[in-house]
Structures are given as structure tokens and as C-alpha cells.
Design a protein around this ligand. Structure first.
Ligand SMILES: Nc1ncnc2c1ncn2[C@@H]1O[C@H](COP(=O)(O)OP(=O)(O)O)[C@@H](O)[C@H]1O
Ligand SMILES: N[C@@H](CC(=O)OP(=O)(O)O)C(=O)O
Length: 448
């Protein structure tokens, strides 16, 4: 059996975390291929190495001296090496990197977080270090060349038998470093699992699996034991950051399950993510709730709109022209809305509205900003009635105004817009209405 073990930034943040990783890897001979992120936060308020490296780039760009910042980063790696008695020459390698800081591409600079962490981890685990720049092949447009990547990964698998691979970056065939989106170490792990035909993709983090709500908003949310790829995608896209939203695709196509595990509590079962759940597994009405702030909704009103062919297409073409991707399009008979990410239209929303006025000739066009979207997700919702009533009832009872509602066509999610300032309270009241209620009912049934 082959297991890919990917350890996130929180799992490799310090020497203490490295020790836990070693225990986990050595406790199972199937864990021979390890992927690591850059050292993350050691405590709340600490900095992730990746964020510090992004800051280095900003300093370089604006010609601000970053000697002290680089020294802080070096110290993080040196502390790990010293505490674990590692011989890998941190100072020599780091000084070579820092000396040429202005000559490196911004992607190269950011990728060094994973590169240094993986080199240290390889020595500590006694495994070979494989540079992602040699095996994770990117096209120039930033997409992954899966064919070349698979050939190279299989080759290093045969040659090394086991290895440590840094996540989050790769390179084009001519050696230009490319990065995945933030959190992309999860994607590296998934691509490795797919390319070497692993049986399981383990994703080790700092929570005991996928939780039914963000633990920074809801106290001790219920953990999810089984979740489908579709549910997981809905939740991670809507902000449940435990697994990067693109990470399921490489493994889903070849049916490799993902297991989310906690490095700090390896004995906990965690969450299994796979194509479908078996009957009787986690029969909760909703699986989880997630959400994100700062969306913008542009409302277009035009009498007899439903009879005017091409109106929505023409409107969407305007957003496309400004390079803005559309999240949702709730529609009425004579009106519809276009919901987009606020950051994507920060500089263009008034130009977009002006173009809509000129090209669509609507009766009215208006904008609502500071909108938060919440998604209530559950594969069982389509089989049972009353879910939306319960969601809207919970929000209504709490006096939270719902600005928009839409449901995914598969009926596995209900998405609602609320004001940014109601965001956390909305998550809490929905959680309490569903999950806490179900826990009380389950407890009562057990007592009887
Ligand atoms: N629904 C959820 N379930 C679990 N964790 C969540 C959820 N929503 C948000 N999180 C956050 O995701 C974090 C784990 O993701 P991340 O910080 O990327 O970890 P890592 O550094 O291990 O890759 C958790 O510490 C938790 O705060
Ligand atoms: N280090 C990168 C990639 C990554 O996956 O990190 P983490 O495993 O800490 O989410 C980031 O911070 O985005």
C-alpha cells in the first residue's frame, strides 16, 4: 500500500512539530512519500514563512532594506536545525539565497519556504530530498503538465524508493519557478498521489479532520467523519480552508480517497473524503457550513426582461471584458443579480455599471457591497424536506436579513447572502439550529 503524507505549515512550524511528523511517518511503513509546506505559525499571532517571503518581495520591489526580515527567516530554519541536531548547512544555503535576493524572481523567493523546510525534513527523516522544480512540471500559463510530471515522479519513485518533496511550487521545462495558489501544498500532494498511483492521500494539519463549521467562529464544532468530494469542494470553495479548493481534482479522477488527520492528535480518526458515502454513514441533514465575506452584487432591473433574448449573456460579457469571474446569478422575472468577489471589482465596478447602463439599457442598475455569502452543504438535503425552512427560520429568529438566496442544481448546497457584519452570527445560529439540535436529539435517543 502507498500512502502520500502531506504535512501542512502548522505541522512543520518548529522542531517540536518535526518530531511529531517523524513519529507519524515512522509508525507506518506505507508512509514513504512525504510532502511538506513551508514552516507555518508556531502560535497564534506568529508569521508563516510564506507570508514573510512575500514581504521580502515587497521590500525588494520598493527598494526597502530587508536584511532584518531575512535574518528572522534564517533564524526560524536555524532554530529547527539546531534543536534537532541537523547537519544540513542552513547558514551557507541561506546566505547564498539572501546575497542574490534582488536577482531572484518573486516566485523563486516564495518557493524557498518549502525548499528549506523540505531539505531539513529530508535529513531528519533520513529520506532523499527531491526538488519540486525537477519533477512538478508547469506550462508557461501556470497549469501543470501532467504527462511530464507523471513520468518524472514515477522515475524518482523508482530511483529513490521514498522521498521528501516540497509542496506549492514546480518549474517550467526551462527552469522558471511557478507557484500554485495559496495553500497549494495540498495540490502538490494530490498530484503526487495520482501520478504514483497511491492508495490514500493523507493530509496532516492542526485539526482532527473537516469540521462542520470554522472552529475560529464556532466553539468545538462537530467533526465530519465521511464527506463526498462534491460536499468538500462546496465547503472549501466557500472558505473552509482546511483543504485547498483545487486539491481534490487530481485524486478524484482516479478515485483515491483523501484523509484529513491531525498531527497533534494522530490517534483521532479524522475525515475521509471520497466519491460517495455509503448508506448509513453520517446521516446528518447538513454536513457543514462555510462562508466568505466581501462580495458585491450588481442588480439589473428591466421590464419584460424574460422575453429579451441574450440580455444575461450581454451583461456577463461586460464582466468578462473586465476579467471578472461571476460567482452567482440569482434571477427574477424582470430582474437579476450578478454576484462577484469584491476584490475582483475593486477598481472596475463603476465602469462595469456604466457599461451596463449603455449596453443593456436597463430600467435600473444598482450595487450592494459588503455582502457575505454562506453555504449550507449536505448530500442528504435533497432527500429530506424542510432544510431551507430551518435555515431561514434560524436567521429570521436572529433578526438577520437575508439579501440573496440560491441553491446548487445538485441540491447539495443552499447559498445565502447576508451583510458582512452579520456573517459570524449567521454561521453560529445556523450551526446551533442544525448541528447542536441534532446532537441534543442524538443524546436524547441514547438516553432512552
Ligand atoms: N470547516 C473547517 N474544518 C476544519 N478546519 C477549518 C474549517 N474552516 C476553517 N478551518 C481552519 O483551517 C485550518 C487548517 O488549514 P491550514 O491553516 O491551511 O493548515 P495547514 O497549515 O496544516 O495546511 C484550521 O486550523 C482551521 O482554523
Ligand atoms: N506555504 C504555502 C503553501 C501551503 O500549502 O501552505 P499550508 O500547508 O500552510 O496551507 C502557503 O502558505 O500558501
Amino acid at each position: 500500500m502507498i500512502k502520500i503524507a502531506k504535512f501542512g505549515g502548522s505541522s512543520v512550524a518548529s522542531a517540536e512539530q518535526f518530531r511529531k511528523v517523524k513519529d507519524i511517518v515512522e509508525s507506518d511503513p506505507d508512509r514513504r512519500f512525504v510532502v511538506v509546506s513551508a514552516a507555518g505559525k508556531r502560535f497564534s499571532g506568529d508569521n508563516k514563512i510564506t507570508d514573510l517571503l512575500l514581504l521580502v518581495n515587497a521590500h525588494v520591489q520598493y527598494h526597502v532594506d530587508c536584511t532584518a526580515l531575512l535574518a528572522d527567516i534564517q533564524r526560524r530554519f536555524q532554530d529547527i536545525a539546531d534543536e534537532l541536531g541537523l547537519k544540513w548547512p542552513v547558514a551557507e544555503k541561506f546566505e547564498a539565497f539572501a546575497r542574490n535576493i534582488k536577482k531572484h524572481s518573486p516566485e523563486y523567493v516564495v518557493s524557498r519556504g518549502e525548499w528549506f523546510t523540505a531539505n531539513l525534513m529530508a535529513e531528519y527523516l533520513g529520506l532523499s530530498f527531491v526538488d519540486a522544480a525537477d519533477v512538478m512540471v508547469f506550462h508557461h500559463d501556470g497549469s501543470v503538465d501532467m504527462e511530464r510530471t507523471a513520468i518524472r515522479l514515477k522515475d524518482v519513485m523508482v530511483r529513490n524508493g521514498s522521498f521528501v518533496l516540497p509542496g506549492f511550487y514546480g518549474a517550467t521545462v526551462d527552469g522558471q519557478i511557478k507557484l500554485f495558489d495559496r495553500g497549494g501544498g495540498d495540490i502538490t500532494g494530490a498530484i503526487l498521489a495520482r501520478c504514483i498511483n497511491a492508495d490514500l492521500y493523507e493530509n496532516w494539519t492542526d485539526v482532527s479532520g473537516f469540521l462542520s463549521a470554522d472552529p475560529r467562529i464556532v466553539d468545538s464544532p462537530r467533526s465530519i467523519k465521511r464527506i463526498t468530494f462534491d460536499e468538500m469542494r462546496e465547503l472549501s470553495y466557500m472558505g473552509a480552508s482546511v483543504l485547498q479548493e483545487e486539491a481534490i481534482f487530481p485524486v478524484r479522477e482516479v478515485n483515491i480517497p483523501i484523509q484529513i488527520k491531525n498531527t497533534n492528535r494522530p490517534q483521532d480518526e479524522g475525515t475521509i473524503i471520497r466519491e460517495s458515502a455509503e448508506a448509513g454513514e453520517d446521516e446528518h441533514l447538513i454536513t457543514g457550513i462555510a462562508g466568505k465575506r466581501d462580495f458585491v452584487s450588481v442588480h439589473i432591473k428591466k421590464a419584460h426582461m424574460s422575453g429579451e433574448v441574450g440580455l444575461v449573456r450581454k451583461t456577463l460579457a461586460i464582466f468578462e471584458r473586465y476579467g471578472v469571474s461571476v460567482e452567482h446569478i440569482p434571477t427574477g422575472v424582470d430582474s437579476f443579480g450578478v454576484i462577484v468577489n469584491g476584490a475582483d471589482v475593486r477598481n472596475s465596478v463603476y465602469s462595469i455599471i456604466s457599461d451596463i447602463r449603455k449596453e443593456i439599457n436597463p430600467d435600473d442598475v444598482s450595487m450592494v457591497d459588503k455582502l457575505a455569502l454562506l453555504s449550507v452543504v449536505g448530500r442528504n438535503m435533497s432527500k429530506r424536506s424542510g432544510t431551507s425552512g430551518k435555515v431561514f427560520g434560524a436567521l429570521g429568529d436572529a433578526g438577520i436579513n437575508i439579501r440573496m438566496i440560491t441553491q446548487s442544481s445538485q441540491e447539495i448546497s443552499i447559498i445565502m447572502g447576508v451583510n458582512n457584519e452579520d456573517f459570524e452570527r449567521a454561521i453560529k445560529v445556523i450551526y446551533e439550529r442544525f448541528v447542536a439540535d441534532e446532537m441534543v436529539c442524538a443524546g436524547a435517543a441514547e438516553v432512552q
